[in-house]
Design a protein around this ligand. Structure first.
Ligand SMILES: Nc1ncnc2c1ncn2[C@@H]1O[C@H](COP(=O)(O)OP(=O)(O)OP(=O)(O)O)[C@@H](O)[C@H]1O
Length: 680
């Protein structure tokens, strides 16, 4: 359909001439290129297979989908082939670039409604096609809506698409935590019951807001906060002061898509009939309104990339803290994340909302009211009935402490599997390299302990201010920071390919100079790839259900349950040890238990002494009791209820010391029997 039957694209690299870079994703760099035999300008997506070892299946699926689809609103691959360690995917060149690029270059505040209607209608047609063929796109966003020089609109990037007809492992992949958080549907985040193509409808609604505002709701927040806000807050919408310019039908369309219960969202087919699309115009209209005046794509891309790099350098100077830096990177929309749960918790607390008014999306009380009972899983029960509905979002955004609590309790509210998945995701921050995830020597057990520790610290710090809490949280945080980033513009292709004289403008529409100011809004998703070093120092993860992270969140739904503690722990409640008791138990395995018992014993002794001292001070009548034995003390009849209580506690402690000592002896005996040589 896309190309005439006789047009065959060669599958040999020498038949193509690469020009400038026009886009970067997490896994690929896209170049404008010339197909020499056909004398046709194309785009070539170059994927470095060595860097994508963990996700070859994803790549295969992407290429397969791109070759099989046949719809004018979907970006189809002409052909693909391997060359060296790269995979080249040859596709039509979309000279306008992505809607995200266009907004960043010229429409930082978003598009006008007729433009949005036109773009969305085309995207929806693509979704109707995909859904009717059993596909979920799973990454619908402005960055994946491409426009060509004639104003034709195509949905691109099938890197994480899934097929509803898949079975087995691939079917399971449909339940994975995948997508880009700001656009991700709540049911995808929660993973309670899996999800279907309605997840695309949510992303479509978020994309509508993105096109209207120039950035997606919550795009300035770090990933964990986005998850929390999506799950806890009412869905974002267009109900606010700044959205006056938009029609009622647009607001209704957005509201219809952004319903938390996927069953209540319309299908793509039904949505296409929405009266909002009466505002849609022709492709030509897009050329006149959004493409006119734009510089060639490669140039725009280069300018944006330079600005982003500058911004990153500035931020680096400003934020010495690497966590802050990584947060900044996220805010700017880079989707290659490398983080862990503790980092995210710190970030959730650290993030300040002082750069502008809270998102209008979060403020509207009526929507909250409406959605209170519509929230999947978390929010309805968690919203305090006394709290005015319109203050909830504000407080959840402005109060770092409450964020931390929210975070803890939200995670606690997750069903086990998603919780493990999330933890797995955050702990295993790196998955792209050949060496597996970036698992920096922290076991699941340690991770759990850290979480517990952090939550206890929060309890203790409840009265302190946010900054202190952040610090507290940070200090207990493992410093797993993003890998050093580098900009590898054209790394896969000889530099000469990008020399200015190669920049011919062939096939690219040479738009007149943009009439827009250079000051731009840099919030929003994905501008350039945050590439990671391939030589990840990680080697310790061999977990099943390992995380695959292609710049978007992607966590397998395979069982990520903890492997169980490897060290023996003493259970004070039963007085017994959970350590194995088999005969071939080694002394080295028993000793930690014994040490633990001894430690407990010592602690309890100290507690008794403390109690005695307390008694001594509080009664004041007993004279100098330091010389008096505990038993003697206990002979003295208590003169107050408090004394009585303390005496009984002392008795209990003594009893438990007795038990512990017995246990210690038992263990010693056992140990001697099992490993006499070791102990001798
Ligand atoms: N056919 C094309 N014509 C022009 N530009 C393109 C084309 N395909 C992709 N691009 C640009 O390159 C960018 C990266 O491409 P793409 O999204 O396919 O890579 P990716 O690695 O899959 O990205 P992601 O980070 O979303 O995973 C796009 O956002 C777009 O701006």
């Amino acid at each position: 359909m896309e190309q005439p039957f006789e047009k065959r694209f060669p599958v040999n690299a020498k038949d193509y001439k690469l020009y400038e870079e026009v886009g970067e994703g997490v896994s690929a760099t896209v170049y404008r290129a010339l197909c020499i035999p056909l004398n046709e300008i194309v785009a070539i997506k170059v994927l470095d297979l060595e860097k994508c070892n963990n996700d070859l299946d994803g790549i295969r699926r992407e290429v397969q989908t791109m070759s099989l689809i046949d719809h004018p609103n979907l970006l189809r691959a002409h052909c693909s082939f391997a060359t060296g360690h790269n995979l080249w995917v040859v596709m039509p060149y979309m000279a306008g670039g992505s809607c995200l690029h266009i907004m960043k270059s010229a429409f930082p505040e978003g598009f006008e409604e007729p433009v949005i209607a036109t773009l969305l209608r085309e995207v929806l047609k693509a979704l109707v096609y995909l859904h009717s063929h059993g596909h979920i796109h799973r990454d619908v966003k402005a960055g994946n809506i491409l426009v060509d020089s004639n104003g034709a609109v195509k949905l691109a990037d099938f890197g994480v698409s899934a097929c509803m007809f898949d079975t087995g492992d691939r079917q399971r992949s449909r339940n994975t935590f995948v997508g880009t958080p700001c656009w991700m549907a709540p049911e995808v985040m929660q993973q309670l019951h899996g999800y279907d193509f309605k997840a695309d409808i949510w992303s479509f609604g978020i994309t509508a807001l993105e096109l209207a505002h120039g950035h997606a709701p919550f795009s300035k927040y770090p990933p964990m906060k986005v998850l929390l806000m999506t799950l806890q807050n009412a869905p974002p919408g267009l109900d606010y002061e700044r959205d006056k310019r938009f029609s009622k039908s647009f607001k209704e369309l957005v509201a219809a898509c952004l319903v938390k219960d996927p069953k209540k969202r319309p299908t793509s087919e039904k949505l296409l009939k929405h009266h909002f699309f009466k505002h849609a115009r022709s492709y030509d209209y897009l050329v006149r309104t959004i493409l006119y005046g734009l510089a060639p794509l490669g140039e725009r891309f280069r300018v944006l990339k330079t600005k982003e790099a500058d911004l990153l350098v500035q931020n680096k100077a400003f934020y010495e803290d690497k966590e802050q830096l990584s947060q900044q990177e996220y805010i700017k929309g880079i989707s290659a994340w490398n983080f862990n749960l503790e980092d995210l918790k710190s970030q959730a607390a650290l993030i300040q909302d002082d750069d502008d008014a809270p998102n209008a999306e979060d403020q509207d009380g009526s929507r909250k009211q409406r959605d209170r009972h519509d929230v999947v899983g978390l929010s309805a029960e968690r919203i305090s009935p006394e709290m005015p509905s319109n203050s909830i979002a504000a407080s959840s955004q402005e109060d770092g402490l409450s964020d931390l609590h929210d975070l803890e309790s939200s995670l606690a509210s997750f069903p086990i599997k998603p919780l493990q998945a999330l933890k797995g995701c955050f702990d295993i921050g790196e998955a792209e390299g050949t060496n597996g995830p970036n698992w920096k020597g922290v076991t699941q057990l340690e991770s759990e302990q850290l979480i517990t520790k952090s939550s206890r610290a929060m309890d203790q710090d409840a009265g302190r201010n946010e900054g202190e809490n952040s610090g507290q949280s940070s200090s207990s945080t493992r410093q797993v920071v993003p890998e050093h980033k580098k900009f590898l513009s054209g790394s896969l292709i000889p530099d000469s390919a990008f020399s200015p004289n190669k920049f011919t403008g062939d096939g690219d529409r040479d738009f007149p100079q943009p009439k827009f100011p250079s000051e731009r809004n840099y919030s929003g998703p994905l501008l350039y790839r945050q590439r990671r070093e391939t030589n990840n120092p990680s080697s310790e993860d061999s977990s099943e259900g390992a995380v695959v992270q292609r710049g978007r969140f992607k966590v397998t739904s395979a069982d990520l349950s903890p492997k169980g503690p490897t060290n023996c722990t003493f259970n004070p409640a039963t007085g017994g040890s959970t350590s194995p008791t088999s005969l071939n138990l080694r002394a080295s395995a028993v000793l930690p238990s014994l040490q633990c018992i001894l430690q407990q014993n010592t602690m309890q002794r100290e507690e008794i002494i403390r109690l005695i001292k307390y008694l001594e001070q509080s009664s004041g009548k007993l004279g100098d009791l330091s010389e008096v034995g505990t038993n003697d003390l206990l002979q003295i009849p208590p003169s107050s209820a408090r004394e009585k209580e303390l005496q009984s506690q002392v008795l209990q402690l003594q009893q438990s010391i007795g038990n512990l000592v017995e246990e210690l002896q038992r263990q010693k005996m056992k140990n001697i029997q099992v490993c006499p040589l070791t102990l001798n």
